[in-house]
Each structure stands twice: as structure tokens, then as C-alpha cells.
Design a protein around this ligand. Structure first.
Ligand code: FES
Length: 132
């Protein structure tokens, strides 16, 4: 579905009124129409990735690499079959699960995955809760 700018703004405003707490619209679903399409957004100082998974679902992930904190996939567009950190090339699937650390040992706490950011899809737009 395509929207005029006015229709889009009304739908976003209505959806934000329906959600409890503070939510912000981060993307239109049609910005990421195909598997592997992604956009990076800054949500209140926190970088997030909106990506379309292989099952067609949209997911919002933290864009902060668990290795050394670089921004994973800093350029919007089609990312291919996985997300990749440009610094040491750790890779992640579209659910945030770490696929490879390029031979580097896992972190001391065993965490190598990208965090999933709580999100909602309303009226073809993706919203995330602002954590305060
Ligand atoms: S900072 Fe991302 S792989 Fe090292």
C-alpha cells in the first residue's frame, strides 16, 4: 500500500495515540519491502536496524555490535543474506543471532547476538518504545 504524505502522517499520529507509553515511528513497512532490505535509524540516541526477515516479518534490532560497539550495517539498502559489522566482520542473521566471529573467541559473557528491540507494526509502520 502506498500513502500520500498527509494520509501517512494521520495514520502515524493515530497509531501513536493507540500505543501505551512513548513510542516512535521508525520506518514505513514499504521502505523494507524485500527479504534483506534494511534501514538504520537513531531512536533517542540509540541506533537500531529495521530489517525484513526471510519469513516476511519485520524486526527491529540494536545496531550496536556486541563485540566493540561499532554500528552494524551503517548504510541503508539491501544487506544480502546477513547483517555484518564493518569493523571485524562479525555477522548476524535477521533475528540478531550471531552467525560468526571470524575466528575471534566469543565474549566472556557468551553474548554475541544483537538485541531485539521491542517493536510494533501498526498501519504499515514500525514503532519502537522509547526507553527512559
Ligand atoms: S566491533 Fe563489530 S565485529 Fe568488532
Amino acid at each position: 500500500m502506498t500513502h500520500s504524505t498527509v494520509e501517512w502522517e494521520v495514520e502515524v499520529s493515530d497509531a501513536q495515540d493507540e500505543l501505551p507509553g512513548a513510542w516512535v515511528c521508525v520506518a514505513a513497512a514499504d521502505e523494507v519491502p524485500s527479504v534483506g532490505d534494511m534501514v538504520t535509524r537513531d531512536v533517542d540516541g540509540t541506533p537500531v536496524i529495521v530489517v525484513r526477515r526471510g519469513d516476511g516479518e519485520l524486526v527491529v534490532l540494536s545496531a550496536i555490535c556486541p563485540h566493540r560497539g561499532m554500528i552494524v550495517e551503517p548504510v541503508d539498502g539491501w544487506t544480502g543474506r546477513q547483517l555484518r559489522c564493518p569493523y571485524h566482520f562479525w555477522s548476524f542473521d535477521f533475528s540478531g543471532r550471531c552467525l560468526g566471529t571470524r575466528g575471534m573467541p566469543p565474549l566472556m559473557n557468551g553474548r554475541c547476538d544483537l538485541d531485539v528491540v521491542p517493536h510494533e507494526l501498526r498501519d504499515d509502520a514500525v514503532y519502537v518504545a522509547i526507553q527512559r
